[in-house]
Design a protein. Structure first.
Length: 342
């Protein structure tokens, strides 16, 4: 649970809104501490991890510098929380960025997954911003009846923006979990302009990126270079996601031989992958442990659906040989073979 918490009000300077800094930490009772602690920590549900970076030296990253000072000396917590709030205020360069409360929280002994897959306990600093206000009803006794009034407040169901910085691997930019549930027309404000973070080079990253580049290849590049039907594309997508679900480790040579098979197609994919890495300025490993959570997250984008006009959708989950296509005097058709109707 957290041992320190403070809150500041951060407006949008582009819209002429102010920055209001608290001069002292919040003093909460046990019930409120537990309520807010669960609200903050439960926001993080993904294994995706990030790290701070800078175009020059890490110390020039304002948030990195502030959390480093706090980790070294907790007495600087309030002062550095004000610096974090000032930086967030200056980071707003879009009038659509919403004002909100900025919570800075110090957690003791939080558990996280290290780079080698082991669970570790370490202190962490949470930075949370609430932006949306939701309406609710207040019902109060009034004489022999009740009075109902409408009010607005912060929902405890989902936080808008959050970052949890673990006191681990400081030299490479710490280990972070980051979410933004309310981009509101500005996808750079939280990740880039404020935190300046990039995804960590781990098994989650390599699993995610390999599946992403492969899907783009099958749906975009493959039809340009080869004669492939929608059914063939669906088959490629099914084979790839099954490969990742059945294997514990990804080996590039095994993957392309089992899934793509044809040497010309394999060469085309290799070139496409290289171009993708150059464009995105990343390097995707060809040999890594498969992260199951990344597979589950990407699987929702691997829907093998053939849409036929506005009349039919064909969902393909398995054997490509049980699906035939052709054309007669009535038009184009698909022929499906099955053994049992359920």
């Amino acid at each position: 649970m957290f041992s320190k918490i403070t809150v500041h009000r951060v407006g949008n300077k582009i819209n002429g809104e102010s920055l209001t800094l608290s001069q002292q930490e919040l003093q909460l009772d046990e019930d409120m501490t537990e309520l807010l602690g669960n609200y903050f920590i439960n926001a993080f549900k993904s294994e995706e991890q990030f790290q701070f970076y800078s175009d020059s030296y890490l110390v020039n990253n304002p948030v990195y510098s502030s959390v480093s000072e706090i980790f070294e000396d907790k007495a600087k917590f309030q002062w550095e929380s004000e610096n974090i709030a000032k930086h967030l205020y200056e980071a707003a360069e879009n009038p659509r960025v919403q004002a909100g409360e900025l919570f800075v929280v110090y957690f003791e002994g939080e558990v996280f997954e290290s780079a080698d897959g082991k669970s570790e306990k370490t202190d962490s600093i949470g930075i949370f911003k609430t932006e949306k206000r939701e309406g609710f009803l207040k019902i109060n006794p009034q004489d022999e009846s009740f009075e109902i009034e409408r009010d607005f407040g912060i929902s405890l169901s989902k936080i808008d923006k959050a970052a949890l910085i673990y006191n681990s691997e400081k030299e490479s930019g710490y280990v972070l979990s980051v979410i933004d549930n309310n981009k509101n027309g500005d996808i750079y404000y939280w990740f880039e302009d404020f935190l300046k973070v990039k995804q960590r080079d781990n098994e989650y990253f390599h699993t995610q990126e390999t599946l992403s580049v492969y899907k783009d290849f099958i749906t975009q590049k493959l039809p340009e270079e080869f004669e492939v039907s929608k059914a063939d594309q669906a088959d490629f997508l099914n084979k790839s996601i099954n490969f990742f679900k059945e294997k514990e480790e990804f080996k590039y040579d095994d993957f392309v031989k089992e899934v793509l098979q044809d040497d010309t197609v394999i060469e085309s994919f290799s070139n496409f992958k290289s171009d993708y890495e150059n464009d995105m300025q990343i390097s995707i490993s060809e040999d890594f442990p498969i992260n199951n959570q990344a597979v589950k997250k990407q699987q929702r984008h691997f829907k093998s659906i053939i849409k036929l006009d506005k009349n039919f959708h064909i969902y393909i989950h398995g054997d490509r040989d049980k699906l035939e296509t052709g054309q007669d005097d009535k038009g184009k058709y698909y022929r499906l073979y099955f053994e049992e109707e359920k």
